[in-house]
Design a protein. Structure first.
Length: 433
């Protein structure tokens, strides 16, 4: 009787499988080792590499161009536009109105407006305050029989605005002047003040006559007869109702008067004469300024530009006035006169002034002051950047300087010309100088 058996796995098969596993492990290990070596190669650096990478980048040269220009030394100031003369207009109780309280009842001019001859400024307690051209201030009431320089000024001012006083002699207040004064008041809708009685008509001197209260304000067509037309008493021209200004027209710089206000020290500020610019400088700046120097005038907020000339530099220090406190820093007053009249709306405005303290007069070869360097021998030189990037030292003789530039003259065979790039500094790449 026979038996059948299934063949079993032999030893060679097992050995083959073991060798395959070993080969896979070897290959994997080799790959891992290769990758690690490559990574280590990238991470590991030689000392030279580390030093090179840590070193600062090469610096950039800062350059400027040599140019031909007029060398000027300037002084920049702050100044204020003012008039050569100014007057504070005050209010007082009107003449010829016994017991009247001084109070503003009308304001006829606005800030910034022109003030013309014969114009009404405001009204105090129903009586006008008028302007006339004249240098002599009013210091007394004038009336029939008055004589003097102030009467002559009144006659001249009335004639200038179309109210002649003929046939009165110059300096004598008579019938012709009465008619002119009456006509002047009528143009503004007022009656003139009159003396209480005709017996006072011949009074002279500086005393104030007894007067009657003026009639209420009325339109010219409704006014009662004027002097010379049968009215009682003689005409009086009160000093409280006139402001003499010289010259006219003038400007109303500030108007503080309001209706219902009792007049204080100042109702209005009026400026006359030409406009100038006043500034204050320090002692070092004063040493650079002198009369005759040219100046540029700039109002930054509006862009208004003008030119002017320094007319005075004070040798005595003074305290500058300010709008806030009335006084400011101590300095030396300087006045600049514009070459052409300035607009009236610039009165009281701040301006920037650039005064040319010195000038070469003609264009010179110049470089920025920072381009100059001094050698061990005490000679000055500039570093010129060549097109190939090389730098060449050029010895120069410095000349006039101003506004950050210095005129230079190259010495020796090496030339320096307009358009050459000169080194003014060095700045690290990506950093500040």
């Amino acid at each position: 009787m026979s038996e059948s058996r299934t063949p079993s796995r032999t030893a060679p098969d097992t050995e083959i499988r073991r060798r395959h596993r070993l080969l896979v492990v070897v290959i994997a290990t080799t790959l891992v080792a290769g990758a690690g070596g490559a990574l280590a190669t990238k991470m590991l650096k030689s000392p030279a590499q580390v030093a090179a990478e840590m070193a600062a980048p090469a610096p950039d040269r800062l350059t400027a161009v040599a140019e031909r220009r007029i060398i000027s030394d300037t002084v920049v100031l702050r100044g204020k536009v003012v008039a050569t003369s100014a007057l504070a207009v005050q209010g007082s109780a009107p003449s010829g109105v016994p017991g009247a309280r001084a109070i503003v009842t009308k304001v006829k001019v606005k800030q910034g407006e022109a003030v013309l001859p014969g114009q009404q400024l405001f009204e105090v307690s129903g009586r006008p305050v008028l302007t006339l051209n004249g240098a002599l201030p009013a210091y007394r009431d004038l009336r029939t029989g008055s004589t003097g320089e102030d009467v002559e000024q009144l006659q001249r001012a009335l004639a200038d605005i179309g109210h002649p006083t003929a046939p009165d002699p110059k300096g004598t207040f008579a019938a012709g002047t009465e008619r002119a004064v009456t006509a002047f008041y009528k143009t503004h809708g007022y009656q003139p003040v009159r003396t209480a009685t005709a017996s006072n008509d011949r009074m002279t001197g500086g005393s104030t006559p007894e007067t009657q209260a003026p009639q209420p304000t009325a339109s010219p067509s409704a006014m009662p007869p004027a002097a010379g037309d049968g009215g009682a008493g003689a005409v009086v021209f009160p000093m409280s109702e006139v402001v003499y200004l010289d010259p006219l027209p003038a400007r109303a710089d500030a108007v503080s008067a309001t209706v219902g206000q009792a007049p204080g020290e100042k109702l209005m500020s009026i400026s006359t004469g030409e406009l100038v610019i006043d500034a204050t400088v320090t002692a070092p700046q004063k040493g650079l300024l002198r009369p005759g120097q040219k100046a540029e005038i700039l109002r930054e907020s509006t862009g208004t530009r003008a030119t002017g000339t320094v007319v005075s530099v004070s040798e005595t220090a003074a305290q500058a006035k300010t709008d806030q406190s009335g006084s400011g820093a101590t300095g030396y007053p300087v006045r600049i006169k514009p070459d052409k009249p300035l607009p009236a709306d610039l009165v009281g405005q701040d301006t920037r002034l650039t005064v040319t303290a010195a000038s070469s007069g003609s264009a010179m070869l110049a470089v920025p002051a920072s381009a100059l360097s001094a050698g061990a021998n005490g000679r000055s030189s500039v570093s010129v950047l060549a097109p190939d990037g090389s730098v060449q030292q050029v010895t120069v003789e410095p000349g006039p300087s101003g506004d950050g530039f210095v005129a230079v003259t190259a010495e020796g065979p090496t030339a320096l010309a307009a358009g050459d790039e000169v080194v003014v500094g060095v700045q690290p790449r990506g950093g500040r100088p």
